[in-house]
Design a protein around this ligand. Structure first.
Ligand SMILES: Cc1cc2nc3c(=O)[nH]c(=O)nc-3n(C[C@H](O)[C@H](O)[C@H](O)COP(=O)(O)OP(=O)(O)OC[C@H]3O[C@@H](n4cnc5c(N)ncnc54)[C@H](O)[C@@H]3O)c2cc1C
Length: 391
């Protein structure tokens, strides 16, 4: 047991780590969250955060259970009830409606700072959570029935170390867990734009030969864009003057919402698919980007991580109270098997869609248009895909 009483340490307080820490505390564990950089509090008059999440209903259900969703809605979140996906090189369009799955929305667009603020506020007041900021987890050593963790030079003996330390995960590296990596050679360019026409609470995505372009609904007529493109093009477009950028963006989006004009700085992130070879190593457990990253075209990266946290909460909560060594072993094995399989399927599926659409090979182009149109006309198939789109 740690000197301070925690039996679980969560290393990394990003969206996934913060959710996992709360989930484990709610499931009865005593948790220490370790994060070198405490997130900045959200303020309504600060410029909106460029990193936004398309939070799916399954993730909203978890955030409701953790008691943070109401705070998120009170700060800022934009619902989307429709999703339209079409291809620049072929006819046909997919149109998902929340009504197809009997849900009020398909999800909400939420800034990272809003989610972090709501999660950290709840963490600070939770009786079974202790927070250490300004230090990181420097390393760990396996013990017979637990794990010894180095937190800023202090050694703490606990039952479980959760590595939510991001895509480059130093803890995964220390455990010697290999990672299957695919570099898409693409970057996701993000920004906020003001559109001439209302977004109609719709998440829009157009597939272009270079990669998909998404317009996600935000406040008023504003949209958050995620524009996947080759790294060279992203570099060029980051440097363009605003008028030329706006003209290229409006053309790339087929002016579907009229003229689009930048209202924020631009940023671009490299895109990689990653899958850790194993999600556990004795009492070390990988979660979120430390375990998997996927192409952002379906907006599912953080959602997958939140589902890791939800599954962990379900497994730990089902036992309730302190866990024996054999219960930990069974639980961690089950977590690793189910979450790795789910993440592998998601990673390949999103990568496959990107590969199918991000090119202009004539044969593939011929297949794509009728495919989209056909799916859109078959109600049960459309509803099945809408359920997947909603996570
Ligand atoms: C362009 C782009 C668009 C995206 N759009 C979406 C979207 O629409 N929807 C979606 O769901 N996802 C999206 N994603 C993915 C999403 O951003 C990530 O999946 C998510 O941020 C991962 O959260 P995390 O908590 O696992 O990791 P991170 O947010 O990377 O957090 C890791 C934390 O660990 C801390 N840390 C590092 N080392 C240590 C240590 N040794 N000890 C303690 N702490 C440590 C770091 O300080 C950091 O705070 C997108 C990604 C990109 C690139």
């Amino acid at each position: 047991m740690s000197r301070r009483g925690a039996n679980v340490i969560v290393a990394g307080g990003g969206v996934v780590g913060a959710s996992a820490a709360l989930a484990l505390a709610e499931a009865g564990q005593r948790v220490m969250l370790v994060e070198p950089r405490e997130p900045k509090p959200w303020r309504a008059d600060d410029p909106p955060d460029l990193r936004v999440y398309a939070v799916a209903p399954a993730s909203i259900a978890l955030l409701e259970k953790l008691g943070v969703w109401r705070d998120v809605l009170a700060m800022r979140a934009a619902a989307y009830r429709d999703m339209r996906v079409w291809d620049a090189a072929a006819d046909g369009e997919l149109h998902f409606r929340a009504a197809d799955i009997g849900a009020p929305t398909l999800g909400h667009i939420v800034e990272q700072t809003v989610l972090l603020d709501a999660l950290w506020r709840r963490l600070r007041e939770h009786p079974r959570v202790e927070i250490r900021t300004g230090v990181g987890v420097a390393g760990f050593e396996h013990r017979e029935d637990g794990i010894a963790v180095d937190v800023g030079g202090e050694r703490l003996d606990v039952e479980l170390l959760v590595a939510s330390d991001g895509a480059a995960s130093p803890l995964r590296g220390q455990a010697g867990i290999a990672v299957e990596t695919h570099d898409y050679g693409q970057r996701g360019l993000v920004a906020y734009v003001e559109c001439e026409q209302p977004h109609r609470e719709t998440a829009w995505q157009r597939f272009l030969p270079d990669g998909p372009l998404a317009f996600l609904p935000f406040e008023g007529n504003c949209c958050s864009i995620v524009w996947t493109q080759s790294s060279a093009e992203a570099e060029r477009r980051l440097q363009l003057d605003e008028a030329t950028f706006n003209a290229e963006l409006t053309r790339a989006f087929d002016a579907r919402l009229g003229e689009a004009a930048l209202v924020s700085p631009r940023a671009a992130f490299p895109l990689r698919r990653q899958l850790a070879e194993r999600f556990i190593d004795h009492r070390l457990l990988l979660i979120g980007d430390a375990a998997h990253t996927v192409h952002p075209l379906a907006g599912q990266g953080a959602n997958l991580g939140l589902q890791d946290a939800a599954f962990l909460m379900h497994l730990v909560g089902a036992i309730g109270g302190p866990l024996t060594a054999s219960q930990w072993k069974r639980l961690l094995t089950r977590y690793a098997r189910e979450r790795r399989s789910e993440s592998a399927i998601a990673g390949r599926a999103f990568g496959g869609i990107n590969a199918l659409f991000s090119n202009d090979q004539p044969l593939l182009t011929l297949m794509r248009g009728p495919g989209l149109g056909l799916v859109s006309r078959i109600a049960p198939l459309r509803s099945l895909l809408a359920k997947h789109a909603a996570g």
